[in-house]
Design a protein around this ligand. Structure first.
Ligand code: FE2
Length: 428
């Protein structure tokens, strides 16, 4: 037997050392030692070999547009939306496509091989929808791109949003989105959740709604989303993104809400980098963090995946497509510091997010798609601590990115001439 590619001597996330044999675009063998021939060998000695990073929440139509046409002065979500509204008429098909492809290059270099991106449908030209559908096709050989029809200016609030969202779905956009907290009234928000979930149920599509992205403790759209999910039999197909208002909700109410979300099998997608930046902007001190209640959701059995949300756009001035940055921030903001919780943060930027997106073909098992990241770390937790270098990225069976391992040279009297920052924590 021979393989097209063997990833040699890596450490699996569960701590086992193994060789991984790849044939075509599939994992064909995972064994302690593979001696068969291979067309290509990737040396992963002492490196963590992981399933790919997965970003379940992004805005690829806006990415890499920072400063166009101006900078968000207040740093708020609402000014970001207004700023995006100024930029939208200036967008061109080619520019959106070029920026999206540039971001996909970054993503691949960081081992980020699946992205769910919202695409704004509040534009009669649907220019970004067309551009991202083309990008999706172009990157398909190495990156799974899932598009969400997202009526950014409100499904009811924007006069043509409804027709354009339906047109976008007809054009092949995969998932139904929404933004109930941005509608004119709480009641309009509630109706938008109902109507958009019905639209998804009619078409057999998944739902991913920006939901309660505010500091308003009385925002209740996630309750409606869970209700509609059950009513329409959409269990396991629906996600609520952001859910930041839950940070500020009354504790008694949350004790009722979390079991409802769990019962409806609605997933949660917090976006820690963006939530910590955008929320609490109206507070003086104490200043709320704004991230939703992740450890409590996990205790209730709710599936959680962390998203990047924004990179260099009207809402966020940083970002490198590094999902380890996302996990690092999440771990801090959610105070998930036990060994088990830190490990869980790694899952929430890899396997849990893949499950939310319905990407059953990803994972480190024989028969799964051979999309694998080799990280310069010994364990998943260490990879978060180091925001570890990607030594190699294999996408659908092909080596698509690689770099030399980096040890820093040291020139100190009486000290070794190299430094590496690995240090395994007990229990991880
Ligand atoms: Fe978002």
């Amino acid at each position: 037997m021979s393989f097209d590619l063997i990833v040699k001597s890596g450490i699996l996330p569960d701590g086992r050392r193994a060789d991984i044999g790849i044939s075509g675009d599939k994992i064909a063998a995972i064994e302690p030692s593979i001696t068969a021939d291979a067309g290509e060998i990737v040396d992963a000695t002492d490196c963590l070999v992981s399933p790919p990073f997965v970003d379940p929440h992004f805005h690829m139509d806006a990415t890499l547009s920072y400063g166009m046409p101006r900078i968000n002065a207040s740093g708020t979500l609402l000014e970001g939306i207004a700023l995006w509204g100024e930029l939208k008429p200036l967008l061109t098909h080619e520019a959106v496509k070029e920026r999206a492809l540039a971001y996909c290059d970054w993503a691949v270099s960081m081992g980020l091989l699946a992205i769910r991106t919202h695409v704004d449908t509040c534009d009669d030209r649907l220019l970004a929808v067309e551009a991202l559908l083309e990008v999706k096709k172009q990157v398909a050989p190495y990156l799974d791109l899932q598009l969400v029809a997202f009526p950014q200016d409100g499904y009811f609030r924007d006069p043509t949003a409804k027709a354009n969202t339906i047109r976008a779905l007809d054009m092949g956009v995969d998932v139904v989105g929404g933004i109930p907290h941005f509608e004119r009234t709480m009641e309009d928000g509630r109706r938008s959740v109902t109507e958009l979930c019905e639209l998804a149920a009619d078409r057999g599509l998944m739902v991913d709604m920006h939901c309660d992205e505010s500091d308003d403790p009385l925002s209740r759209h996630i309750e409606q989303l869970a209700y509609e999910t059950q009513r329409l039999g959409l269990q396991g197909m629906v996600a609520g993104s952001h859910l930041t208002s839950m940070h500020s909700m009354d504790n008694y109410y949350v004790s009722k809400l979390l079991p409802l979300i769990a019962e409806a099998q609605v997933s949660a997608i917090p976006n820690p980098l963006i939530n910590i930046v955008l929320q609490g902007r109206h507070d003086t001190y104490p200043k709320r963090r704004g991230m939703t209640r992740v450890p409590e959701m996990l205790k209730h059995g709710i599936r959680v995946g962390f998203g990047q949300d924004c990179v260099l756009d009207p809402w966020y001035s940083l970002g490198t497509a590094d999902m380890l940055d996302v996990a690092f921030m999440a771990l801090h903001v959610a105070q998930m510091t036990s060994p088990a919780e830190m490990r869980r943060c790694f899952d929430m930027v890899t396997t849990s997010s893949a499950a939310i997106m319905g990407l059953d073909h990803l994972g480190l098992d024989v028969g799964k798609t051979a999309s694998i990241v080799v990280l310069d770390a010994g364990t998943p937790v260490e990879s978060i601590r180091l925001r570890a270098e990607r030594v190699a990225v294999i996408a659908k069976g092909k080596l698509v990115a690689s770099r030399p391992r980096r040890d820093m040279a040291l020139s100190l009297p009486g000290r070794p001439d190299r430094v590496h920052r690995r240090h395994r924590l007990p229990g991880t």
